[in-house]
Write a new protein. Structure first.
Length: 208
């Protein structure tokens, strides 16, 4: 029970980050609009499995650092806090995803493998995904953090991404629906930005 507030905070922060338009969102909507919902769903699957790689080396790397040096972990945690604040400010200044909802579908559909590959490579090659997850794990992992807590949070992160981008594929495949969604983009960005800045400052204050 003692870890429930922490899990809830991380889950909520991750949800806000996932629904905020970024590279993953763009490729999912592009593939859904220009090809098919199936292409969008397999893109979502590729994104979700790419997160497994980020999660593995972030968790393993932080665990190793903790076991070797408290000072290094403190520096890493402060860097993570700084990045969260940076993301928050960037979110406030974001101009939007600039997706053209009037794009016409192409005559041929993407294969499942190609759609999957697009989603996988978009996420796994995105350094911001690494830094964001690294920031999340500095909130979670400590000397006494049980393995099952780390696994639980990892599963939540993966399932949240797959569920959200699948919803994007199903419900935003139609241009009219997408236009309505994009009307709320500023609200999403500002909500995410405020929460990120707050959390980053909170991490910094724990050192003083």
């Amino acid at each position: 029970m003692e870890y429930l507030p922490l899990i809830g905070t991380v889950a909520f922060l991750n949800l806000l980050a996932v629904i905020s338009p970024g590279p993953d969102f763009v490729v999912t909507v592009r593939n859904s609009l220009c090809y098919s919902r199936r292409a969008g769903i397999f893109t979502a699957l590729g994104i979700s499995l790419a997160l497994c790689i980020h999660l593995f080396y972030c968790a393993a790397g932080i665990g190793y650092i903790i076991s070797r040096s408290v000072m290094l972990f403190s520096i890493l945690k402060l860097l993570g806090a700084a990045y969260l604040i940076y993301l928050g400010i960037s979110s406030f200044m974001a101009k939007g995803s600039r997706i053209d909802a009037t794009d016409e579908r192409t005559g041929t559909d993407l294969t499942r493998l190609k759609a999957f590959r697009i989603g996988f490579l978009t996420n796994v090659l995105n350094p911001k995904a690494t830094l964001f997850l690294l920031s999340l794990f500095t909130l979670v992992i400590g000397n006494s953090t049980p393995v099952y807590i780390i696994l639980t949070i990892s599963i939540i992160i993966i399932l949240t991404a797959f569920t959200w981008f699948t919803i994007v594929s199903i419900f935003l495949a139609q241009p009219n629906v997408q236009r309505v969604f994009l009307n709320y983009e500023k609200i999403i960005n500002r909500t995410l930005g405020g929460f990120l800045v707050f959390l980053g400052i909170k991490i910094v204050l724990t050192f003083y």
